[in-house]
Ligand binder design. Structure first.
Ligand code: GLV
Ligand code: GLV
Length: 338
């Protein structure tokens, strides 16, 4: 029998249907929120699945999916996958890097500009009919050009933001990352490595672009916020859990931070009332990679990954962006020895 694959959400039909050339294809017509039980049920009878960042694939779901050999995540972040459990079970996991880098960097910069220049706050004020008289001191914001841009997390998206800041806006760009970039690359993106404390205290605008892991949970907490300039802007386009949102709301409400732009939230799609209550914050519904061209490219890459991971197509066995081929090998070797 042909392998069976399942697609967890409505994506782009024309792209998803390519899977039908190789596999029995089960699609999902309605946008769906999956409970762990429903997720386990959907994964139970399939060889491969194409999922989005809202679908959690953990050890419990994997244990109930004996046929599962591949999970293709539509998204670059993969904190929704238990990679360790997948590797131990010999299941190939893939994500969609590169195709969304520039689009997501654009959104990061948009949020930064909207927050620093109070764009959405101004618009609400205007629409509320409060613009009675032009005034010299209405909606004074912070400059972006020439300011110091801090970037926490210097992967591909971080580098895209650095280039925009350094080359487009003449900013001084500082970054912190687990590992330092090679010097030539630092020069190319126009960024200088500093420790976290220096980053926090010197940035006029700080953009978060690091992966969400146990180590990055609430990295931006009350203590970190207290290190930042009261005039600074904070932008999060990574994952909500990186920021202690209550501490952020408190800092914004009490003038200890000027503004924030958030595309991601710890309990999304729920957004804390403490954040919604603030004027000096720009909120978007996790749209970092949301352009038509990029979302199509992400689905295409996920499809190519799934086809290859299940041993079909021109890249059979070598998915273009596999996350755990080495880890699977190591897990197999470990078991053989044990
Ligand atoms: C979106 O957040 C992604 O990780 O692609
Ligand atoms: C994503 O591609 C990143 O590395 O930041």
């Amino acid at each position: 029998a042909r392998p069976r694959v399942w697609v967890s959400q409505p994506l782009f039909d024309a792209v998803v249907e390519q899977l039908g050339a190789h596999f029995d294809l089960v699609t999902t017509a309605q946008v769906t929120a999956y409970t762990p039980e429903l997720m386990a049920e959907r994964l139970a009878g399939v060889d491969g699945a194409l999922v989005t960042l809202n679908e959690r694939v953990g050890a419990a779901e994997i244990a109930q999916a004996p046929r599962l050999r591949a999970i293709a995540n539509v998204g670059v972040g993969y904190n929704n996958l238990d990679l360790d459990a997948l590797s131990k079970a010999g299941i190939v996991a893939t994500n969609t890097p590169d195709v969304l880098t520039e689009t997501t960097a654009d959104l990061g910069f948009s949020l930064l500009m909207a927050a620093a220049r109070r764009i959405t706050e101004s618009e609400r004020w205007l629409r509320d009919g409060r613009w009675q008289q032009w005034s010299f001191k209405t909606m004074l914001g912070a400059d972006i050009h020439g300011a110091t841009l801090g970037i926490l997390g210097m992967g591909r998206i971080g580098q895209g933001i650095a280039r925009r800041g350094a080359l487009g806006f003449g900013m001084k760009v500082l970054y912190h990352n687990r590992s330092r970039l090679p010097e030539a690359q630092e020069r190319e993106v126009g960024a200088q490595y500093v420790d976290l404390d220096t980053l926090l205290s010197q940035a006029d605008h700080l953009v978060l672009v690091l992966p969400y892991t146990p180590a990055s949970h609430h990295v931006i907490n009350a203590a970190a916020l207290a290190r930042m300039k009261p005039t600074a802007t904070l932008v999060n386009i990574a994952r909500g859990g990186i920021v202690d949102e209550l501490a952020l709301a408190d800092a914004l409400a009490h003038g200890r931070l000027a503004a924030a732009g958030l595309d991601v939230f710890e309990g999304e799609p729920a957004v804390r009332p403490e954040l919604l209550a603030l004027d000096n914050i720009v909120l978007t519904p996790h749209i970092g990679s949301a352009t038509l061209a990029t979302r199509q490219a992400m689905v295409q890459l996920a499809v190519d990954n799934l086809v290859a991971a299940l041993g079909a197509g021109p890249d059979a066995g070598q998915p273009p962006s596999a996350l755990n081929l080495e880890a699977i090998k190591a897990a197999k070797a470990g078991r053989a020895i044990a």
